[in-house]
Design a protein around this ligand. Structure first.
Ligand code: AMP
Ligand code: TRP
Length: 332
């Protein structure tokens, strides 16, 4: 008897080196979910074009991210790992879905509003219909579950709305996806402004810890991390966001609860907490840094892995695309 595993899909942009926010909020879950789900994971390079980038830097980031995903444990035997632009069905599907997505719906997307404010000189149409490409990503693989950070919930909800609209008009073409938001580590905050999320495109590198930061860099950034003037270590995200963020990071590295972490550090000061977080983070990240370096040392092999991933993804995506085309009345 063949047991069909439920499918999970997620994507990450090659926009700079991912941070520990990406790791704890996304990548680690993708890895753990492989036991239960048939995973499809994608480096969404076309999404990254909504913001102006240097071509050399983008190409480097795509390779780095693909290597990183392998290094953290995305296993090609249990999952499909590929680069979005290598599977043309994504762009085709996006057009078809855009005809079933309303202008007003896109105007309400908070990420669009945020990014247009941040880049007022480049509010391009791609940025506006970014969620339609994301919907295409998800719907092309009949994904049941979409593991994401809290900030992406709205995009999965709009994906469901688009899928339901198409299904209501043409019959059951699409599987309806559910967002899967991790309860802990759903949001790692900026080290310099712990009221905002840690973001790899933050203009201040001190605000985030990248997955390729050396131990010395981690130590230095944590030393400068914003806390508060109270001086006592307590887990209280509302009143002590900086300290609580550090306790959260420590507990994620060590696999304990934030209360347990609070217990360990409650007698000490912020310096001791920061030293321990440095230690724990470096122990988590050092093996990842080493594996990434191995993949990047053999680019022809890395490119071959990307090609294999794209072939596997295309085989599935093309069937779903053809199914939609047929339902809409487009000829084979
Ligand atoms: P992005 O860096 O915006 O491309 O995000 C890639 C993935 O990481 C998405 O699932 C995000 O929700 C997640 N993510 C990004 N930043 C954080 C953060 N600071 N805390 C938790 N998850 C995050
Ligand atoms: N928009 C997501 C982000 O900014 C990345 C993404 C693109 C994605 N396509 C996706 C996430 C499909 C989940 C599923 O983080």
């Amino acid at each position: 008897m063949i047991i069909m595993r439920r499918r999970s899909f997620s994507g990450i942009q090659p926009s700079g080196i991912p941070t520990i926010g990406n790791y704890f909020g996304a990548l680690r879950h993708w890895v753990n979910m492989q036991d239960e789900y048939d995973g499809v994971y994608c480096v969404v390079d076309m999404h990254a074009l909504t913001i102006r980038r240097s071509p050399q830097e983008l190409a480097g980031n795509i390779r780095y991210l693909y290597a990183l995903l392998r290094a953290v444990g995305i296993d090609p035997d249990r999952s499909t790992l590929f680069v979005q632009s290598h599977v043309p069905a994504h762009a085709q599907m996006m057009w078809l879905l855009s005809c079933y997505t309303m202008y007003g719906e896109m105007l309400r997307m908070t990420q669009f509003k945020d990014k247009s404010k941040k880049h007022p000189d480049n509010v391009n149409t791609g940025l506006f219909i970014y969620p339609v490409l994301q919907a295409a990503d998800i719907l092309l693989y009949d994904a049941h579950a979409v593991p994401i950070g809290a900030d992406q919930k709205q995009h999965v909800e709009i994906t469901r709305d688009i899928a339901e609209r198409v299904n209501a008009l043409y019959g059951p073409v699409f599987t309806l996806p559910e967002p899967l938001i991790p309860p802990v580590g759903g949001k790692i905050l900026s080290l310099l402004d712990p009221t905002r999320k840690m973001d790899k495109s933050d203009p201040l590198p001190g605000a985030y810890i990248s997955l390729d930061d050396s131990r010395a860099a981690i130590a230095q950034k944590l030393k400068r991390a914003v806390t508060d003037s109270e001086g006592s270590v307590r887990y209280d995200p509302e009143h002590k966001p900086g300290v609580s963020n550090l306790l959260g990071i420590y507990s994620l590295c060590e696999g304990i609860t934030t209360r347990e972490a609070e217990g360990i550090f409650s007698q000490g000061g912020y310096g001791a907490l920061k030293d321990a977080v440095t230690e724990a983070l470096d122990a988590t990240l050092a093996p990842v840094r080493e594996k990434v370096a191995c993949y990047l040392a053999d680019l022809p092999q890395l490119d071959a892995l990307m090609r294999e991933g794209a072939e596997k993804a295309s085989a599935y995506a093309d069937t779903v695309l053809r199914k939609l085309c047929a339902a809409l009345g487009l000829l084979p």
